[in-house]
Design a protein around this ligand. Structure first.
Ligand code: ZN
Length: 119
């Protein structure tokens, strides 16, 4: 179990991360219509290029959205007092692992399992 100080440190990290994601997301949402309306099929940008950029923008949004949900879930676990424990097997997640990805819901072994099942 993580001590309160460590938990607070991670909470701060996660809140900063969440703010960054939200800022990037609102920026991305504002930029997309410009690509669509003003540059698609006009000037140097071909229709195909326009579609490609839109796809990239929506792919990025999706990634950020997933990230946002992951960070929000981690903050929920902090509030619930279950932060730092694996969501699959309930063992404590190593501090090293939490430092490299504070929002991770899984220990290294379970993460590997999930990753292999998805691949
Ligand atoms: Zn686990």
């Amino acid at each position: 179990m993580l001590d309160a100080d460590t938990c607070r440190r991670f909470e701060k990290l996660l809140r900063n991360r969440l703010r960054e994601i939200r800022e990037t997301l609102s920026g991305a949402t504002q930029r997309t219509p410009a690509v669509e309306l003003e540059t698609m099929g006009t000037g140097s940008m071909t229709l195909e290029e326009g579609f490609r950029q839109r796809a990239m923008a929506s792919g990025l949004r999706e990634l950020l959205d997933n990230d946002r949900r992951k960070v929000e879930a981690a903050l929920d676990r902090i509030a619930a007092g279950s932060y730092g424990r694996c969501c699959a097997c309930d063992i404590g997640i190593s501090l090293d692992r939490l430092c490299s990805d504070p929002a991770t819901p899984f220990c290294a072994e379970c993460y590997e399992d999930v990753r292999l099942r998805r691949a």
